[in-house]
Design a protein around this ligand. Structure first.
Ligand SMILES: [Zn+2]
Length: 136
């Protein structure tokens, strides 16, 4: 069973287009300045609709993480065990993702520096952001 391809909604099209170019991005509200992820049709702070995607550094640190050994959905079983990371991006927002390489999992700790890589998912038409550990 293959992993499903993420579906696109009108307000996240630019996120996927940026991911295709290897750029992690999030929405910035032009009315109040808030940066938000995940993509929404309006700003979650002021409900303004003047929002646009801007490129992020792709860097952050481990805010939290867990290892999934028994996925809920059968489409993910072939990839288990895998490590889900809650990343505090350098821009101050959090981003839920996974480690790109499980060799980074042993010894992983809060505050470890991470950077984004993109991998094709599902039918290959979408690229998902994953994270790898930054070596000193
Ligand atoms: Zn706003």
């Amino acid at each position: 069973m293959t992993r499903p391809t993420p579906k696109t909604v009108p307000w996240d099209r630019d996120f996927w287009a940026n991911a295709e170019r290897g750029v992690l991005s999030a929405q910035r509200c032009d009315d109040c300045g808030r940066l938000q992820h995940y993509p929404k049709p309006v700003c979650s702070e002021c409900l303004g609709a003047n929002i646009r995607f801007e490129a992020l550094s792709g860097r952050g640190e481990v805010y939290s993480f867990t290892t999934v050994r028994r996925p809920e959905l059968p489409e993910f079983e072939a990839e288990a065990p895998y490590t889900v990371v809650d990343v505090l991006l350098d821009e101050g927002i959090r981003f839920l993702s996974r480690l790109a390489d499980e060799q980074d999992a042993p010894g992983l700790k809060l505050g470890d520096k991470l950077t984004t890589v993109f991998k094709p998912v599902g039918d290959g038409t979408k690229h998902l952001p994953y994270f790898v550990k930054v070596r000193d």
